[in-house]
Design a protein around this ligand. Structure first.
Ligand code: ATP
Ligand code: MG
Length: 555
């Protein structure tokens, strides 16, 4: 048993268990470190589930830390959305809401310490000139003429950088490491740069800001993070991460990298998603077509399905591409269990039951969820005039073995109602079918059928008098190319022009008139839908979360 459990652990869990067993750590402290420069996306969900999930499983804690060291791109709007998204996913950081900017004083002191140890210097070389001297991975770099400044001069100049004596780009603080290292990040990386810019939290207190490399590892260390998990692109930063910890003699957090989540037909990069928002290719960060957490929430994906999807994708050491169908499958599974079935006719065709009295309304019980008795039932008004879907009728259908729905003389059951037989239809000059006519058999009432009749087709329907209209937004994939990391041209060339279709002619069963924003239903045979925030008291707006089955299947 024990062996089996070990094998199913991913490599990070194995590492953690080893660290706990050996006594290297007595508890697990992780963190989720977003930069508040955009909305979180499904890729971040992976990092969130991993960091918070590990803390949960091993009885540890996970901090939320905003990595806010780039004042020009960051904003409190993003801070707020990030917090909402993490909570929505089902995780909690209690009172451990931290900001790298809260550590600016400590980071400054650490920089002073490095200068005093002779491990950092103020460089006056403009960036492009430094880059010319920097060499290539196979050729060592040439030292900047300012590299051997005295400690006193460095302390003085760094202090004056902080006081605002210099212009942006005029000077930087660099670590003095190794100009011949094959790892370019070790060739005197920048630790501090001048930015005469207000910060969303520290206001005008600072005009020098630490770089990612100088802020991230030290923030981990300040928070006693035991396992600092990040995506593979930071692997090359790890030697610098470790060097800083060693030279600063601070708590030795350890960085471990895992593969990013990449999804087919999807872009997971804040920068690109921002481009879509700012260029009005979509209607905001929470457009239901967006892979942002706020977008998929509005679309109707559930936190449970996202957590399940992330679990299934596992934790890998090499980048790959996950099939978006796996995510959609998780959503369907979850919604199938949770949602009530209702009738919605997307493309209405009037059906007149000619032997049903003009004014008679019969209320028929309809089961809400066949898989969940506790969901109960509702009543549907059955009247002489109904709507079925245009797609449910064919003027000249193939044999009854191939076509179970309506056509002249064909019989079907109207779900929860009666068996009807089509007796005729009315056609407009342009060839469209305007109305169809049928007769019902009173002995075939659902649940009380004494007729012995057997029909193969069962149709959804809605009363022509007792129904509501709604706006139905049908979404398709936002991008047409499977691997959006593997394209050479502008990613926006791959946008699906038909990713949003708006249906305003649909009619829905009357029971939906009290639906509230956030309610989720399954329109029988059509798909899962969620009531959108754009709904008004006069008009409900539904988002199609996902079709019932994968109708995207290739070939
Ligand atoms: P983007 O590339 O979209 O801008 P980012 O990495 O710059 O993302 P951050 O806010 O810095 O965004 O990310 C916070 C955390 O989420 C980091 O630890 C990062 O490694 C992780 N993360 C970002 N994208 C993914 C992804 N696609 N899969 C897994 N983890 C991710
Ligand atoms: Mg980042």
């Amino acid at each position: 048993m024990e062996e089996e459990k070990k094998e199913s652990l991913n490599f990070i869990e194995q590492m953690i268990e080893k660290d706990l067993e050996s006594g290297k750590h007595t508890s697990v402290v992780t963190r989720f470190p977003p930069e508040p420069n955009g909305y979180l996306h499904i890729g971040h969900a992976k990092s969130i589930c991993l960091n918070f999930g590990l803390a949960q499983n091993y009885g540890g804690i996970c901090n939320l830390r905003f990595d806010d060291t780039n004042p020009e791109k960051e904003d409190t709007e993003y801070v707020d959305s990030i917090k909402n998204d993490i909570k929505w996913l089902g995780f909690d950081w209690d009172d451990r809401e931290y900001y790298a900017s809260d550590y600016f004083d400590q980071l400054y002191e650490m920089a002073i310490k490095l200068i005093k140890k002779g491990f950092a210097y103020v460089d006056d070389l403009p960036a492009d000139e430094f880059n010319k001297l920097k060499g290539t991975p196979t050729e060592p770099g040439t030292p900047s003429p300012y590299r051997d400044r005295s400690i006193e001069e460095n302390l003085d100049l760094f202090g004056r950088m902080k006081e605002g004596d210099f212009k942006e780009g005029e000077r930087v603080l660099r670590a003095k490491i190794d100009l011949s290292s094959p790892n370019m990040h070790m060739r005197d990386p920048i630790l501090y740069r001048i930015k005469h810019m207000d910060h969303h939290r520290t206001g005008s207190d600072w005009c020098i800001y630490p770089t990612y490399d100088f802020a991230h590892g030290q923030s981990d260390s300040i928070e006693n993070i035991t396992h600092s998990l990040c995506t593979l692109e930071f692997e090359v930063h790890r030697p610098l991460y470790n060097w800083l910890i060693k030279e600063l003699e601070i708590y030795p957090s350890e960085q471990t990298e895992f593969a990013r989540l990449n999804l087919s037909y999807t872009v997971v990069s804040k920068r690109k998603l921002r481009e879509l928002v700012e260029g009005n290719y979509v209607n905001g960060w929470d457009d239901p077509r967006m892979p942002t957490i706020s977008g998929i929430k509005r679309r109707g994906f559930t936190p449970e399905s996202i957590r399940e999807f992330v679990r299934k994708t596992g934790v890998a050491k090499r980048d790959g591409l996950n099939d978006v169908a796996l995510l959609e499958h998780a959503v369907r599974e979850d919604l199938n269990a949770k949602t009530n079935r209702v009738f919605g006719i997307m493309d209405p065709l009037k059906l007149i039951i000619t032997n049903w009295p003009e004014d008679k309304v019969e209320m028929l019980p309809a089961v809400n969820n066949p898989g969940d008795e506790s969901a109960g039932s509702r009543e549907m008004a059955f009247t002489r005039e109904l709507y079925v879907d245009q797609a449910d009728f064919m003027e000249d259908p193939p044999s009854p073995k191939k076509w179970y729905r309506l056509g002249p003389d064909r019989e079907v059951r109207l779900k929860f109602g009666y068996i009807i037989k089509c007796t005729g239809f009315k056609k407009a000059d342009d060839g469209t079918i305007e109305e169809i006519y049928a007769e019902y058999d009173p002995n075939t009432k659902s649940g009380h059928d004494t007729s012995g009749k057997k029909v193969k087709g069962t149709l959804g329907w809605v009363s022509a008098q007792h129904n509501i209209n709604a706006e139905i937004r049908l979404y398709d994939r936002l991008f047409l190319s499977e691997n959006m990391n593997d394209i050479d041209d502008d990613f926006k060339n791959h946008l699906n022009p038909d990713s949003l279709e708006i249906n305003t002619k649909a009619v829905l069963e009357e029971s939906l008139k009290n639906a509230k924003v956030g309610d989720q239903v399954q329109f029988e045979r059509i798909g899962y839908f969620r009531v959108d925030e754009d709904s008004t008291p006069d008009k409900l707006v539904f988002n199609r979360t996902i079709t019932l089955r994968d109708n995207w299947a290739k070939g």
